[in-house]
Ligand binder design. Structure first.
Ligand SMILES: [Zn+2]
Length: 194
């Protein structure tokens, strides 16, 4: 991780890991790809290494990110898909060039057509399409944290996952409940608890 920049939230689903590069959308938002180089870093971690990234390409990525967030949120609450989001997701999917490659270990990798940001965004857009279209085993849901409300892909058997991320939103909620119980039971609230 690079010093001075917020860490990434790493999930197992490409499209929702990507939307999680902006967190706390309903609170005080944290931008985790504040500069082009951080998008390059994020893509490399996700097997989509690109040569370089301009400010304009970072804008393109953020535009796709918010379109995926809007479409995934609409799907989670069973609203119609916003037309503008649909357009952006489809444009990025059409314009990116990438091929699925099978490794000798039987894993799937992506080979980008010209190692540019647009190719990587095409892969992310296609991933978003597959989960929004309901092609994969899981269900889109919204994080129960009122300051987060991130759309995440719930693959739990019961489909009852409440938080986008157990280590952050889930933990915070647990701590808040714990502190509320302590107060109710007459114990002094701990100071400086976050
Ligand atoms: Zn959350």
């Amino acid at each position: 991780m690079r010093a001075g920049f917020p860490d990434f939230r790493l999930g197992s689903v490409l499209a929702t890991s990507f939307t999680a590069t902006l967190t706390e959308r309903s609170g005080e938002p944290v931008e985790r790809i504040p500069v082009p180089q951080r998008l390059v870093d994020w893509l490399a971690i996700h097997g989509l290494a690109v040569d370089s990234c301009t400010a304009a390409q970072l804008e393109l990525a953020r535009e796709l990110r918010e379109a995926v967030h809007a479409a995934a949120t609409a799907t989670a609450i069973q609203d119609p898909l916003p037309a503008s989001a649909l357009q952006i997701i489809n444009d990025r999917s059409v314009q990116g060039r990438a091929a699925a490659i099978l490794t000798p270990d039987g894993d799937r990798r992506w080979r980008l057509g010209s190692d540019c940001v647009e190719d990587a965004l095409g892969v992310i857009a296609a991933d978003a399409i597959s989960i929004i279209a309901g092609e994969r085993d899981g269900k889109l849901a919204l994080c129960a944290s009122p300051t987060c409300r991130a759309a995440f892909f719930d693959t739990s058997q019961s489909r009852t996952r409440k938080w986008c991320d157990m280590n952050t939103c889930g933990n915070r909620q647990k701590k808040a409940r714990f502190n509320a119980n302590r107060r109710k039971n007459g114990a002094a609230a701990p100071t400086g608890a976050g």
